[in-house]
Design a protein around this ligand. Sequence first.
Ligand code: NDP
Ligand code: GDR
Length: 385
Amino acid sequence: MKTSKIKKTALITGITGQDGAYLSELLLSKGYMVHGIKRRTSLFNTNRIDHLYQDPQSDNCNFKLHFGDMTDSMNLTKIIQETQPDEIYNLAAMSHVKVSFDIPEYTANADGIGTLRLLEAVRLLGMEKKTKIYQASTSELYGMVQAVPQSENTPFYPRSPYAVAKIYAYWITVNYREAYGMFACNGILFNHESPLRGETFVTRKITRAVSKIALGLQSVLYMGNLNARRDWGHAKDYVEAMYLILQQEKPSDFVIATGITTKVRDFVALAFEEVGFLLRFEGEGIEEVGILHAINHEVAFQALGDLSFHVKEGDVLVEIDSSYFRPTEVDLLIGDPSKSNSELGWKPKYNLESLIKEMVHADIALFKKDIALIKSGHAVLLQEE
Ligand code: NDP
Ligand code: GDR
């Protein structure tokens, strides 16, 4: 007898973000019906997921977007009731740590209370036994170093309004699991990046700047704290873990990390190396600069083609701008992924080198297109933040 598989339905908040895009691709490839919540904006904000668009009138449509906002409980309740999801992935957040110092109240509302709104909507709709919930928790919860590597048992000490909002979301997720028996889980994800990463996060800011400097579109990269250390992985690997967390027999919380930490300054140097530029850092504190020490012409030619180089040895390519420092910093993150390795069977496929390679080459391709548009008078050169 033929058994027909019942299609699962997922609802993704934050579907227009980096992780939302990769997770949508993953769930669609597994045959899910995917619903996503996007904010109303004055210009389109769906460029990361435009390739997934399907005609909503079509009978086979398995990807639908709904207008919504984490600050509006009525709207969230209505969408959950209409879509009847088996799984909710709560990825929506004001996710920039530095910006959270400028808009702390909004961050608490969207990132902290927003999670409560989702959990409570599921409960009030009587869907607490049907709907599993994934909460996008973060290594920022660890904040001030208590112990390393950081595991599911390491105490939290948040260091930003973002992390404080996310700690509320973490504990309210645990509380709804314990109080109402909901399948609600935290993925405590360490930093993960990709060519789809927002332009103001440090890795993407670096790979964009490296590409622009190499192509003669920018002269200097202005940086904040070069000494912070992060455990960087690839978003494509990390969305696999989100999915696996909701497929377990019992709900639980998991650290997702590579277990390797790298200084921001080393990420900068590795990204420049990808285009054949070898840097030397000199000076101290905010006087420190990154100087072009040598060019590996063969690598540079491979990366950039026959475009003439706009830099020479001795040029200052990196400078410090103290406005990028944070009032309180998280100095060291290094995750212990033992639990996710053994219980989820999760292992990342990318390493730092392959991540940087993919990001730098994607940005070079992007800016080569821009150069063509600028030359033909169809675009102007915008200065980076
Ligand atoms: P992004 O910043 O790329 O995406 C955030 C998403 O949330 C966007 O779709 C954004 O919409 C949406 N959003 C923001 N505010 C609201 C709101 N009030 N209502 C509805 N939607 C909103 O983040 P990532 O994809 O990198 O991260 C996904 C989640 O994982 C976030 O919660 C983040 O805090 C968390 N996280 C991320 C890590 C990382 O390294 N990337 C590590 C650990 C946790 P719009 O496109 O309109 O701005
Ligand atoms: P983070 O990521 O704060 O870890 O939060 P980000 O890339 O913004 O910063 C990483 C580290 O780099 C230092 N830094 C700079 N950062 C930025 N953005 N711009 C700079 O010019 C710069 N110079 C140095 C920072 O001080 C910091 O130490 C990210 C977000 O995705 C969160 O949503 C997520 O929860 C965590 O990762 C895990």
